[in-house]
Design a protein around this ligand. Structure first.
Ligand SMILES: Cc1cc2nc3c(=O)[nH]c(=O)nc-3n(C[C@H](O)[C@H](O)[C@H](O)COP(=O)(O)OP(=O)(O)OC[C@H]3O[C@@H](n4cnc5c(N)ncnc54)[C@H](O)[C@@H]3O)c2cc1C
Length: 420
């Protein structure tokens, strides 16, 4: 069998790996000049099965209203976008009902745990180097109420296979001494020892090189413009360089997937949720922390990458496909960094920062779509929102199960397009 995958982000590349490993011939078609240059480039670098709850948590509707027009909002809705979000937005809100939110959280959790196993196997098989460190994640709480919420979340996911430790203020600082300057602001934390961190762009590049050396073809700077169909099958994709035929096709184009699927009358409820990150070079900096921190009060994740960089990421903006990197949002991230690691923030200069923005492919229910379609040889692997690095290897495994008609490793219906 020969398969064409559209998109060389984390999801497309891991799908290429999963299919290559079972003897499928794979061609990956990517419009950019290399792998992992869109959303997969500058994400927060965390593989965090501990924190895969959808963003449409109960109360999200009020939060969005409260934050309207604020540059420091964790989730900013631009009023001009409201008409474009209409149908998707109603589904987004409907899925914030407590029972649905919990069900969707557990779907993501099962996929993330599958992904952890698949990623371990992939790493052992390929030995790709991506500065992977299993240093866990600290979910920091700055009030008794926040600590109670963090502990309730940990207790909810514990029976499903996520280990945690509750930490007092002193234990938190003992685990991550770089937090000492803000010790008085910390109430406590929940520590998730199994979470990992790693450079997603290094991973994309290394895995692409590994696959290329083994016969997988990557066509870069090749924009897919349409699918050519023949009744119930896709025959080919159209590109500027001409059509490309295959036995089967996988759409893994992140936030741009809905636009490619729409002419086939496939409705994908996925919208771009813009996010920012700033990466800071910190070679030899004695203040560089070792443990990723998620700070609920600040709505920010601060994550060391390897031993010489720190990435601060957070916030979502519903701004369509406006790719501009707005200084006010970057300044806000750096301000938040100063509230988590003041000593580190004071020790770095503007020349050490590089700011970035990307579009999370956000599903209306916060769960990825890994699915067959009404076309018997067209499959979807998209809509990974804020958890695509955490779930890509598991999504790839599930998609390969579907394509090869194997017993799926997790309940396939949970991720099917038909759930919408
Ligand atoms: C600020 C931020 C922080 C994040 N932090 C984390 C984190 O810590 N942990 C985590 O798990 N996730 C995180 N995420 C989410 C994660 O980065 C995404 O879920 C993931 O990158 C999505 O991967 P993808 O392959 O689906 O999409 P992409 O990386 O966008 O890849 C899709 C590819 O398809 C290509 N493409 C699109 N259209 C076409 C076309 N017509 N023809 C050819 N090619 C096409 C694009 O060029 C692109 O390369 C974060 C995201 C953001 C923005």
């Amino acid at each position: 069998m020969n398969v064409v995958i559209i998109g060389a982000g984390l999801v497309g590349i891991t799908t290429a790996y999963a299919l290559h490993k079972v003897g499928v011939g794979v061609v990956v078609v990517e419009r950019r000049e290399g792998p992992g240059l869109e959303t997969s480039f500058g994400n927060a670098a965390l593989q965090h099965p501990s924190m895969v709850e959808p963003w449409n948590s109960p109360g999200v509707g009020w939060d969005l209203l409260k934050w309207l027009g604020r540059d420091d909002a964790p989730m900013l809705l631009h009023l001009a976008q409201v008409p474009k979000l209409a149908g998707w937005g109603l589904r987004f809100l409907a899925n914030s009902r407590p029972a649905r939110f919990e069900a969707n959280l557990l779907k993501n959790l099962r996929l993330a745990l599958l992904s952890r196993r698949e990623m371990t196997a992939l790493s052992e098989d390929t030995r790709v180097a991506y500065a992977c460190r299993k240093t866990g994640t600290l979910a920091l709480a700055r009030s008794a109420q926040a600590l109670a919420a963090a502990e309730a979340h940990a207790a909810f996911i514990a029976p499903h296979g996520i280990a945690h430790r509750k930490l007092s203020r002193d234990e938190t600082v003992a685990l991550e001494p770089a937090l000492a300057p803000i010790a008085s602001a910390i109430t406590g934390a929940v520590y998730y020892p199994e979470d990992e961190r790693g450079d997603p762009h290094a991973f994309s590049t290394e895995l692409t090189n590994w696959l290329t050396a083994r016969g997988v073809t990557f066509l870069f700077e090749t924009d897919v413009t349409a699918f050519k169909t023949d009744g119930k099958r896709v025959r080919a994709i159209d590109t500027a360089a001409g059509p490309i035929e295959a036995d089967a096709f996988v759409l893994a184009a992140g936030s741009l997937s809905p636009a490619l699927a729409a002419p086939l009358k496939l409705k994908l409820p996925v919208k771009p949720a813009k996010g920012y990150s700033a990466t800071i070079s910190a070679k030899g900096n004695p203040h560089l922390p070792k443990t990723p921190v998620s700070d609920a009060a600040m709505h920010v994740a601060v994550v060391p990458i390897g031993d010489d960089r720190l990435r601060v990421a957070g916030t979502a903006e519903f701004a369509g496909f406006d790719a501009s990197v707005r200084q006010a949002r970057v300044d806000n991230l750096l301000k938040l960094l100063g509230k988590v690691y003041p000593a580190f923030a004071a020790s770095v200069a503007a020349k050490d920062f590089s700011a970035w923005a990307g579009f999370r492919p956000m599903s209306a229910d916060g769960v990825p779509t890994i699915s067959a379609t009404k076309f018997e040889n067209l499959f979807l692997n998209t809509g990974h929102g804020h958890i695509g690095w955490t779930t890509c290897a598991g999504s790839a495994r599930l998609l390969a199960d579907l394509m090869l008609k194997r017993v799926p490793a997790v309940a396939a219906g949970d991720y099917s397009l038909q759930r919408f």
